[in-house]
Design a protein around this ligand. Structure first.
Ligand code: HEC
Length: 148
């Protein structure tokens, strides 16, 4: 009886921690290749820490931690959530297209409540999502060897 309660309060505490203003100390810019050419916002350690938290709160439920889209909610709602661990899925879209979909939504993908996320934060999410594809294992058929 105690365990579900503990889990619940852990979740609540997590949400509070995440929703509280982030005052992460910037640890300097990340490697240059993290920035796709069209994304006007240069990622920093702080911006990507923020993006990671936003993703965990607002996106993970449908897109999954690895971005593969194989989530229970996707199944329950019969949603075709794209699999970003397949590099070609995002490769066919520009940064601006990703930005617009995050802002305006698309089909079952909900729009970001206007004004909640700043433009720079949405760009941070674009970078974060692209990095999910980069960090994914190269090919599904390949043996599970850690690449980083
Ligand atoms: C309720 C489930 C749901 C949530 C929550 C959600 N998405 Fe999506 N997302 C989808 C679905 C479904 C699609 C596919 C839409 C389509 O093309 O029909 C999608 C598509 C996208 C795309 C387009 C990329 C592509 O490969 O087509 C981006 C970018 C995206 N989501 C980012 C996000 C971000 C960032 C968040 C969090 C702020 C988020 N999504 C939250 C369901 C969701």
């Amino acid at each position: 009886m105690l365990k579900p309660l503990l889990v619940l309060s852990a979740v609540v505490l997590f949400e509070i921690a995440v929703l509280a203003p982030v005052q992460t100390v910037a640890a300097g810019p990340l490697s240059q290749d993290a920035a796709a050419p069209a994304n006007p916002v240069k990622p920093t350690a702080a911006s990507q820490e923020k993006a990671k938290k936003m993703y965990a709160v607002d996106c993970v439920v449908c897109h999954g931690e690895t971005g593969d889209g194989k989530t229970d909610l996707a199944k329950d709602m019969s949603m075709a959530v794209p699999n970003w661990t397949e590099p070609k899925v995002l490769a066919s879209k520009s940064d601006q297209q990703l930005f617009d979909i995050i802002r305006k939504g698309k089909d079952k993908m909900p729009a970001d409540d206007s004004g909640r996320a700043k433009d720079a934060e949405v760009w941070g999410l674009v970078t974060y999502i692209r990095d999910l594809a980069k960090n994914a294992p190269a090919a599904p058929a390949a043996p599970a060897v850690p690449t980083n």
